[in-house]
Design a protein around this ligand. Structure first.
Ligand SMILES: Cc1cc2nc3c(=O)[nH]c(=O)nc-3n(C[C@H](O)[C@H](O)[C@H](O)COP(=O)(O)OP(=O)(O)OC[C@H]3O[C@@H](n4cnc5c(N)ncnc54)[C@H](O)[C@@H]3O)c2cc1C
Length: 447
């Protein structure tokens, strides 16, 4: 039973409890506290660490966002929630994010692949900036405390006292506090609050959402996104460390197809093209229990037909050279030799002497080599959960729940996930910022 009340801020403006001290929670908390100084903002964090993913992301440099400035392009980086994100990014997007940090002395730089980092190359700069804002605007932080549930007062707070007020697990002591929510904490205490922001990140298991389901929300089944493909015992893994720059990879029996660099690893395959496929097909791959086949085109400038059309020209050009020594596709040498071995092409064969059978097999393997994927490995650099709070139950203009008034959501807890490269943090900043605006406005109107 919950017994101790730790916050009851009657008569001192409204209270906002932010559940989760991650990127989305912090961004909402510091903006809300700055925009409405009479709003009491409390972050409740279950662990002993704040902004822990900010700290480790981008190899300790924090990949704050991605240099993608057009909203139609930006939304294409998110496998889920395109329509929802169009509305959110119109309010706060990459440009706003860069400006927000710059106004607080944090200058961002763009790397060749579009990822954006602090010019200090240290995630601590981002953490220091957010902590400084939190201190300046007197955000209160409670750590090592898990929120276990939220009880909702059914009446409209504006007509409090005239209506019959009901709590689940009704507690008369709390009824008199005239607050909309009773936030139940792990240490048998609770906080009374007018507004709640749920920013507790992605939960890997459906059961972890139970306390949110009790509020009437629907959960899209969580499945991992951003993982690498395992190919146990496949000889290709002997090429670990090899990167093929221009590949396209198609999942057999599916519409999923992506292009980009591919990295061969000790366990199978990784690199941007595989991570994109893992994100776009997160649910499809989970349904297949991570067992499916892929077709790799190692020379994505061609397809089988166009390569056949150019083949004679390539052959003629290199006719006197040994095929093992003359790789006309700028593929890594180890990969080229592997592909030739797979086609049983002999070491001393010249381009001019390549037999029809071997030639056909080589063209096929260059443009559509089939591999069996069996299992996945977490991409340690960045992993996110696909699934979460159903987007149709949240107002994209405010981040407010359409089911429980004054309850808001931000960050990865929503059914939004981006591909790798800073897009997940951008969504966290965007949704946190929008919730802050909406809560501060609602607090002014109501209290
Ligand atoms: C290793 C790694 C690297 C990453 N790198 C990148 C990157 O480079 N670029 C990018 O865009 N994204 C990256 N991501 C993804 C990104 O970190 C997340 O999408 C982002 O942090 C989500 O922010 P959030 O605030 O919603 O959730 P989180 O950052 O997960 O924060 C949620 C917080 O809520 C707390 N919490 C959970 N439940 C409760 C509860 N019941 N009560 C109280 N507190 C609770 C958690 O302890 C946590 O501190 C990375 C993720 C990982 C794991």
């Amino acid at each position: 039973m919950k017994t101790g009340i730790i916050h009851s801020v009657k008569g001192r403006g409204a209270t906002l409890v932010v559940i989760g001290g991650g990127a989305a929670g912090f961004f909402c908390a510091v903006n809300a506290a700055r925009l409405n100084p009479s709003l009491k903002v409390i972050i409740v964090e279950k662990t002993g660490k704040l902004l822990s993913k900010v700290k480790v992301s981008g190899g300790g440099r924090c990949n704050v966002t991605h240099a993608c400035f057009e909203i139609p392009d930006l939304v294409k980086k998110y496998p889920h929630g395109t329509n929802f994100l169009k509305k959110t990014f119109h309010q706060f997007n990459t440009s706003h994010c860069i400006q927000w940090f710059e106004e607080r002395g944090v200058k961002l730089k763009t790397e060749a692949d579009g990822r954006m980092f602090s010019i200090t190359n240290s995630s601590q700069t981002i953490i220091d900036c957010l902590m400084k804002e939190a201190n300046q605007y007197k955000v209160e932080i409670i750590m090592n405390t898990e929120v276990e549930g939220i009880e909702v007062r059914n009446s409209n707070p504006e007509i409090q006292g005239e209506e019959k007020v009901e709590f689940r697990n009704s507690n008369p002591e709390i009824l008199s506090e005239e607050k909309r929510f009773k936030v139940l904490l792990s240490n048998f205490k609770f906080i009374n609050s007018d507004f709640v922001l749920v920013a507790c990140g992605g939960y890997p298991k459906s059961s972890m959402f139970n306390w949110l389901k009790e509020l009437g929300h629907t959960i899209e089944e969580p499945v991992p996104s951003l993982f690498t493909f395992n190919m146990p015992s496949n000889p290709v893994t002997q090429l670990m460390g090899v990167v093929a720059e221009n590949t396209s990879v198609k999942v057999v029996g599916s519409k999923l197809c992506e292009e980009g660099p591919l990295l061969i690893t000790h366990w199978g395959m990784s690199g941007p093209v595989i991570l994109k496929l893992s994100a776009w097909g997160a649910r499809e791959h989970a349904n297949k229990n991570y067992h499916f086949n892929i077709l790799i085109n190692w020379v994505a400038l061609y397809n089988e037909q166009t390569l056949r059309e150019e083949w004679q020209e390539i052959r003629n050009k290199h006719s006197v050279q040994k095929i093992f020594n003359r790789n006309p596709f700028a593929l890594p040498n180890r990969l080229w030799i592997y592909l030739l071995d797979e086609c049983d092409i002999k070491q001393d064969i010249r381009w001019a002497d390549l037999g029809g059978k071997e030639q056909n097999k080589l063209i096929k393997n260059l443009t559509a080599q089939e591999f069996e994927v069996k299992g996945k490995t977490t991409f340690k650099e960045e992993f996110v959960t696909c699934g979460g709070i159903k987007l149709s139950e949240v107002d994209a203009i405010t981040m407010q729940s359409k089911i429980v008034t004054d309850l808001y959501f931000a960050g990865e807890i929503l059914d939004v996930d981006g591909i790798t490269g800073g897009f997940n943090f951008q969504h966290a900043w965007t949704s946190g910022w929008i919730a802050a605006q909406a809560i501060t406005k609602a607090a002014v109107i109501k209290y």
